[in-house]
Design a protein around this ligand. Structure first.
Ligand code: PBG
Ligand code: ZN
Length: 320
């Protein structure tokens, strides 16, 4: 029988495809992760096109992002020194604190989230304080809270704890509230998996664990329902936005989290996902531009309201 229904009828031209498209990627969806470091600007070898920016340069990066229409940055720091208590993470003249000020001085209209963790700032390279070879959960919470408070005092618009320790959203919320910062949102890395896709980032930040791995605090990739438990807990503790990380192997998680919550869902298109496309593009194996747009759209289609991606600056112009 000749088909009455022909799906191809709705694919006949670009304007038609545009009006029936179910998902629209916008520059408003994007958050641009950037790195600030003490000392001179350095290219990051593992992430072609990304830099460890000096304090002198970071403001102009923010200006460029703002001019490209990007609404938000996610700031990571590479500090002067490391110790056992992550002191360089919460000093008021630490690299992130100075970086936030530099950004705010030059680009007054961009929303600055700061990554809150200890791994770049401790000798152990772990996302918490280590005693006898173990990450001690409850001893780490006051440190994470101090880091968050110092960022906000420096002018951060939101804090994004990425440690995956238990109870840290509640601890940070209480510290911010006790200091009259009750209007500062917490963007929680709520379902963050122990992933090999973070490899290039650890080189970028010099933050690889010096012993063991992160499997005692980051999630096991065999688990999906557990992500909902993490999300529920973080929301109960006061998270304003929840994040799923990485994005591409975890589109099912993004989808489940979106259905289970009524707060914004963010997904992090991480360093390994970035590097794979960059290298395949440079090798002439794929067309970078079309692969990036397909990839970011798939993350949005899965349910992400916000996407953190290193591609943000290069592709903002395609999305306005
Ligand atoms: C550290 C942190 C990591 C990322 C963001 N914050 C790496 C890790 O957990 O080892 C990953 C970002 C990326 O790969 O792009 N708390
Ligand atoms: Zn960490």
């Amino acid at each position: 029988m000749f088909p009455k229904i022909r799906p191809r009828r709705l694919r006949g031209s670009q304007p038609l495809r545009d009006i029936v498209a179910e998902t629209h990627l916008s520059v408003n969806d994007l958050v641009y992760p950037i790195f600030v470091k003490e000392g001179p600007t350095n290219p990051i070898k593992s992430m072609p096109g990304q830099y460890q920016h000096s304090l002198d340069d970071i403001g102009s990066v923010a200006v460029k992002a703002q001019e490209a229409g990007i609404k938000s940055l996610l700031l990571f720091g590479i500090p002067k020194y490391k110790d056992s208590m992550a002191t360089s993470a919460f000093e008021q003249d630490g690299v992130v604190q100075k970086g936030v000020k530099a950004i705010k001085d030059e680009a007054d209209d961009i929303f600055v989230m700061t990554d809150v963790c200890t791994c770049q700032y401790t000798n152990s390279g772990h996302c918490g304080i280590v005693d006898n070879g173990k990450v001690i959960n409850d001893k780490s919470l006051p440190i994470l809270s101090k880091i968050a408070l110092s960022h906000v005092k420096a002018g951060a618009d939101a804090v994004a704890p990425s440690d995956m320790l238990d109870g840290r959203v509640g601890a940070i919320r209480k510290t911010l509230d006790d200091n009259s910062y009750n209007d500062i949102p917490i963007v929680s890395y709520a379902a963050k998996y122990a992933s090999s896709y973070y490899g290039p980032f650890r080189e970028a930040c010099n933050s690889a664990p010096q012993h063991g791995d992160r499997k005692t605090y980051q999630m096991d990739y065999h688990n999906a329902r557990e992500a909902l438990k993490e999300i529920e807990l973080d929301i109960a503790e006061g998270a304003d936005i929840v994040m799923v990380k990485p994005a591409l192997c975890y589109l099912d998680i993004i989808c489940k989290v979106k259905e289970a919550t009524n707060i914004p869902v963010m997904a992090y298109n991480v360093s390994g996902e970035y590097a794979m496309i960059k290298h395949a593009g440079a090798a002439g194996l794929v067309d970078e531009r079309s692969m990036v747009l397909e990839t970011l759209t798939s993350i949005k289609r899965a349910g992400a309201d916000i996407i953190a991606t290193y591609f943000a600056l290069d592709y903002a112009g395609d999305l306005i």
